[in-house]
Design a protein. Structure first.
Length: 269
């Protein structure tokens, strides 16, 4: 037997709900203001410790925070809402600690690239769109610089990271599967640490099909999936966190190959 339809709340009950929402909003604003102010204290503490010139971006720490929050019991807040709100707060905090700027190359889909960059880093950092991926790579080497570039079959721009050992891919965008398939990479001169559930970005010029390369890697215990291919280069994601000098990758096919970074798995796998 179907449940009887619930009656609409009375005007008195609705007013009470709205009053409670107003109270919560005021409390949230006070906490948000307090949290934002702590970003300034972090900057002051770093300056006192002689770390004022160090870029404050810590992808591993951000991932730890989000995973902890997403594991907490919830009755209404979706994963997307939690990630979106905390990304905004993290971006704002980082912007208060020093220079923080995004340079974005969108290829044939600049609007999508812009959307992915803002979803990942929030509205706080300055953002500049560029016509060439090389410009995003160059800007990422500046203090507080982060590059975001779309994956495109027209260019293997990510292969240039093999010659830029200080630049590391630290995020595959978007970070939630519900926001779409992997479409862009974020990179900067930052330390990339294992988070416990990662994928490694690995480039090779091995000839033949991507399936053949993946099969060769699998025989050495490495699970690989093609992410992009262009200009004779292939970009794979490897399940897990791999060091650049891992012996299994040294035995992998290809004369020109290497790790260009690592990123956390999507939060909604």
């Amino acid at each position: 037997m179907a449940d009887a339809p619930q009656a609409a709340p009375s005007p008195v009950a609705l007013d009470a709900v709205r009053a409670r929402i107003d109270e919560i909003d005021a409390g949230l604003l006070a906490l948000l203001d307090e949290r934002t102010a702590l970003g300034k204290q972090v900057a002051a503490a770093k300056a006192a410790a002689g770390q004022a010139d160090r870029f404050g971006l810590r992808p591993g720490r951000e991932t730890e925070i989000l995973r902890r929050l997403l594991a907490m019991p919830r009755t209404g807040a979706s994963d997307a809402l939690v990630v979106r709100i905390w990304r905004e707060m993290m971006g704002q905090s980082l912007a208060l600690q020093g220079p923080f700027a995004l340079t974005v190359w969108g290829g044939p889909t600049p609007a999508r690239a812009l959307e992915l960059a803002r979803l990942r880093f929030g509205a706080a950092p300055a953002l500049r769109m560029t016509q060439k991926p090389e410009e995003a790579l160059a800007a990422a080497k500046l203090k507080g610089g982060v590059g975001v570039a779309m994956l495109s079959g027209e260019t293997a721009w990510w292969g240039r990271l093999l010659a830029e050992p200080k630049l590391k891919v630290f995020a595959v965008l978007p970070c939630l599967n519900v926001w779409g398939p992997p479409s862009a990479l974020a990179f900067a001169e930052v330390e990339v640490e294992p988070t416990g559930a990662d994928i490694t970005l690995w480039v090779t010029d091995a000839p033949g099909s991507s399936t053949k390369v993946a099969e060769t890697l699998s025989r050495d215990g490495v699970a690989a999936e093609l992410l992009s291919e262009a200009g004779g280069l292939k970009l794979f994601t490897l399940a897990g966190y791999y060091q650049a000098n891992d012996e299994r990758l040294a035995r992998a096919p290809g004369r020109l190959s290497g790790v260009i970074g690592a990123a956390p798995e999507p939060f909604d796998v």
